[in-house]
Write a protein that binds this ligand. Structure first.
Ligand code: ADP
Ligand code: MG
Length: 652
């Protein structure tokens, strides 16, 4: 195990030890109520000791049921929500049953994401801290092969990995599963959703038939049920009803978007929520994570983005910083935030509504960890109310309507904090030097001390004015909405009977997607070309900045950006006003004029049919092909149910 792992392990232990009260067991229906202890489950002394050191007092329900079955060698099918303690449920029996003298892979745990792979590996290390000679190795896409090969060569009894990378190592025969005794599929439904199920089955086919298999999943879609039937042998089925339990410790509310930008609503909440420690803010796109992080930073918050485009190191750093308090807010996409376990997170803000109730439960599971209470706030546009009701039904919990802290309340709170700061300074600082200085200044300026104090107060609060400015709608230019004014936001499928109204028939080849403006109205997007590209040193951030500032467009309406050598393509509203078009034509980025033009040649609606013109460089103007090619634009197509789980491969 690397030094880093060991540090983490210790931190983990310290963190868990700090809240080693009864409440730490994750499941409300705790085995402790039935007076079952870890020792009763038949675990060895060394493991029991590690658990005590980790601050675990009693097993959670899933642990109480799975551990004895797995110790007996039975296959297990575990159905339980996030936060029920599944990791220990399979890790502890594995640790007890492996041969520490042998360095070959004896257990393999498959997880849907790198984050989870790392977290599960860390949990193994924590539970195994009294087992000398134990090695666990996380392997996942994106990490350099060099490191992984070295670690594989060194040997580890437990491998925790994402399906793609594990398969890759197996195919290249760098990983042997000849000695494999236990295989665990963790978060199987998530692996299905992410399109890994074929890889998982391939791996199952390439492991010894006499292995023991455990499958854990929050839900049991048919595909997972089939995997269980095909690959589990007479499994012990353990079902923990926790849909409601997971969220029980979480105060849930929603804010119906109206009259205020989401960003302003968010900052009001961040300011006025008194019990806020750390927050995770969920958005739908990677771009939005960056944008929102920047905006919050500009407003004085220590915020950072967490998304799948960031390299592993950067992501780990963000999570570590959130843990240690260097960061207070992380803006994340669902996938990037999956499995994050940071007890400090007191608030989950669903800035963009999740795609389904399950994603919601996963999101809010990031708070209320380790027995603490948490708050979850959901931003909902009027046309998303249906999703809100779906979530309420699925979690069997009402979500209360939140009244945003008023303008006055925020101002009051800022004033109160300011006063508090001043009185602390009066009480705690040596002010003699300043006393003298003020005396001197009142004399020189011939002003009353109150007036002087007022000037200093002004200076002191300049960065963050005490009086909140009203930031309402109306500052943005109007751009005409196109015919499609549907009920659909990006990626969300129209509900039955609610087909978006269109004035023109849909054109499947249309490259644009549908974004939302701040009022939650759908805005049809189109591709535009700008004459500045990678060769000029431009970044997507520059482009967003220029278009947002020059065109006075909310960045929400600046969609996908693709950089090519000599030019770039950017998604903007289909019907930009002539004014904005004119401004953007002559705007500059990196000393080059944008010369913004419709990628399809200018006509707002093209007539030619499928296939559309490709985005190949225009003749005579480009020296090279785009470095970031997509031959033909992706046809826009609302995802039918069940198909949203597009196949996502990890980078190899
Ligand atoms: P799941 O995989 O079901 O989402 P985890 O295994 O990640 O749940 O556990 C959630 C949290 O609960 C972790 O912080 C873990 O350390 C803690 N935990 C698990 N089992 C116990 C226990 N028996 N007592 C106290 N804390 C526990
Ligand atoms: Mg888990």
């Amino acid at each position: 195990m690397s030094e880093r792992d060991e540090t983490n392990m210790q931190e983990g232990a310290a963190a868990s030890g700090a809240n080693s009260v009864d409440e730490t067991a994750p499941s409300a229906e705790r085995a402790e109520e039935k007076n079952i202890s870890f020792a009763d489950l038949g675990l060895d002394e060394k493991i029991l000791r590690a658990l005590t050191e980790a601050g675990y007092e009693s097993p959670s329900s899933i642990q109480a049921e799975c551990i004895p079955a797995l110790l007996k060698g039975r296959d297990v099918l575990g159905i339980a929500q996030t936060g029920t303690g599944k990791t220990a449920a399979f890790a502890l029996p594995i640790l007890q049953r492996i041969d520490l003298n042998q360095k070959t892979a004896q257990a393999l745990v498959l997880t849907p994401t790198r984050e989870l792979a790392i977290q599960v590996a860390e949990a193994f290390a924590l539970y195994a801290r009294r087992l000398p000679g134990f090695h666990v190795l996380p392997i996942y896409g994106g990490q350099s092969y060099g490191i992984q090969l070295k670690q594989l060569a060194r040997g580890a009894q437990v491998i925790v990995g994402t399906p793609g990378r594990v398969m890759d190592h197996l195919e290249r025969e760098r990983l042997s599963l000849a000695d494999l005794r236990v295989l665990v599929l963790d978060e199987a439904d998530e692996m299905l959703r992410m399109g890994f199920i074929d890889d998982v089955q391939w791996i199952l086919e390439h492991t010894p038939a006499e292995r023991q298999t455990a499958l854990f999943s929050a839900t049991m879609p048919d595909a997972i049920r089939r995997v269980a039937q095909n690959y589990l042998l007479n499994p012990e089925e353990v079902k923990i009803r926790t849909a409601t339990q997971t969220v029980a410790a979480t105060r849930q509310s929603y804010w119906q978007i109206s009259g205020l930008h989401k960003l302003d609503a968010l900052t009001r909440i961040l300011e006025a929520e008194s019990e806020l420690d750390a927050a995770i803010v969920f958005v739908r796109t990677k771009l939005a994570t960056e944008e929102l992080a920047q905006k919050l930073e500009a407003r004085g918050y220590s915020a950072a983005a967490l998304n799948g485009d960031m390299n592993q190191q950067a992501r780990e750093r963000a999570v570590e910083q959130l843990k240690s308090g260097k960061l207070d807010i992380v803006i994340a996409t669902d996938v990037a935030a999956r499995g994050i376990d940071v007890p400090r997170i007191s608030h989950v803000i669903n800035y963009d509504i999740p795609y389904d109730a399950e994603a919601y439960v996963h999101r809010i599971g990031r708070t209320g960890r380790a027995g603490r209470t948490g708050a979850a706030i959901l931003f909902v546009s009027p046309r998303e109310m249906r999703m809100l009701r779906t979530i309420e039904r699925a979690t069997r919990q009402p979500i209360e309507r939140l009244v945003l802290p008023s303008h006055q309340e925020v101002t009051d709170r800022r004033i109160a904090l300011f006063k508090e700061k001043v009185s602390k300074t009066l009480a705690g600082e040596d002010l003699d030097f300043f006393d003298a200085l003020i005396g001197e200044m009142t004399a020189e300026q011939e002003v009353a001390p109150e007036r002087l104090a007022a000037a200093l107060a002004f200076l002191a609060q300049q960065e963050r004015p005490l009086r909140l400015e009203e930031q309402a709608f109306g500052k943005q230019p109007r751009f005409e909405q196109s015919g499609e004014r549907g009920n659909r936001s990006r990626g969300e499928r129209p509900e039955r009977g609610e087909r978006p109204r269109r004035e023109r028939p849909p054109r499947p080849e249309f490259a644009g997607e549908v974004n939302e403006d701040d009022r939650g109205n759908a805005v049809v997007m189109a591709r535009y070309r700008i004459e500045v590209g990678r060769a000029h040193g431009v970044t997507p951030r520059d482009i967003v900045g220029a278009i947002a500032n020059e065109g006075n467009l909310p960045s929400r309406l600046i969609g996908r950006i693709d950089l090519f050598e000599e030019y770039s393509l950017v998604d903007l509203p289909n019907d930009l006003s002539q004014d904005i078009l004119q401004t953007l034509r002559s705007a500059w980025v990196r000393r080059r004029q944008l010369n913004l033009a419709r990628e399809d040649g200018g006509a707002p609606q093209r007539r030619e049919g499928f296939p559309p013109r490709s985005h190949a460089p225009r003749e005579g103007r480009e020296g090279r092909s785009p470095s970031n090619t997509f031959g033909a634009p992706r046809p826009y197509r609302p995802s039918p149910p069940g198909e949203r789980s597009f196949r996502r491969r990890e980078p190899r």
